[in-house]
Design a binder for this molecule. Structure first.
Ligand code: GTP
Ligand code: MG
Length: 193
């Protein structure tokens, strides 16, 4: 049983899903490019292990982080960065979907959406695809510091409604000041076992 992510360290980067080493359990992060997936991993672990960039498309490989006891956190490239959404899906699709569909040890996917922008059609497509593969996912709204406090509750409800979940089931986080990070970390540790 893993009790902390503070020992998490970079393990490897792969472009071929079949080359990712076996894990006891793992949790992967998906979402639009630049939504803050890598920043979220750093906030969860309390250390800068994943590359963060202001330019979309920074993460280009399947990046594996070893949290100890064979438990992995997996940072994936974002989607929706190229002009044509379909082009983008086609470019990263085989790598991301190949990885997600092939990992028996995958316990949960963290679907990250921008709290202010809200979910996009590509997020909807990804959610449908995860459901079709029977892969459990939790929804995390990132960059909540960009949402005006007066709009926070309505926006939270709108994002939850999009995914047909209750607002309480969703994680609402700020990777910069760590708001909401502890709750998501607890859910990830539970999933990792
Ligand atoms: N204001 C604010 N900015 C954030 C937050 N989290 C991430 N960012 C910024 O958002 C930008 C993108 O962050 P990344 O973590 O690289 O995003 P990503 O989803 O990994 O992007 P790709 O690797 O391109 O898919 C960076 O400039 C971060 O500093 C947050 O909670 N609040
Ligand atoms: Mg990234």
């Amino acid at each position: 049983m893993l009790t902390s992510l503070s020992q998490c360290r970079y393990l490897a980067s792969e472009t071929k899903p079949e080359r990712v080493v076996e894990a006891v359990s793992e949790v992967a992060f998906v979402g639009r490019s630049n939504v803050g997936k890598s920043s979220l991993i750093n906030a969860l672990c309390g250390r800068d292990i994943a590359y963060v960039s202001g330019n979309p498309g920074r993460t280009r490989c399947i990046n594996i982080f070893d949290a100890g006891q064979g438990r992995f956190l997996v940072d994936l490239p974002g989607y929706g960065f190229a002009k044509g959404p379909l082009d983008e899906i086609l470019r990263w699709g085989p790598m991301i979907e190949g990885y997600l569909a092939s990992r028996a040890s995958l316990q949960m996917v963290v679907m990250v959406v921008d709290a202010k922008v809200g979910p996009t059609p590509l997020d909807s497509q990804m959610a449908l695809w995860l459901n079709s593969q029977e892969i459990d996912f939790c929804v995390t709204a990132s960059k909540i510091d960009k949402v005006k406090p007066s709009q926070s509750l309505a926006q939270k409800k709108a994002v939850a409604k999009f995914f047909q979940i209750s607002a309480e089931e969703m994680f609402w986080v700020n990777s910069k000041n760590k708001d909401g990070i502890a709750a998501l970390r607890a859910a990830i540790l539970k999933a990792l076992g």
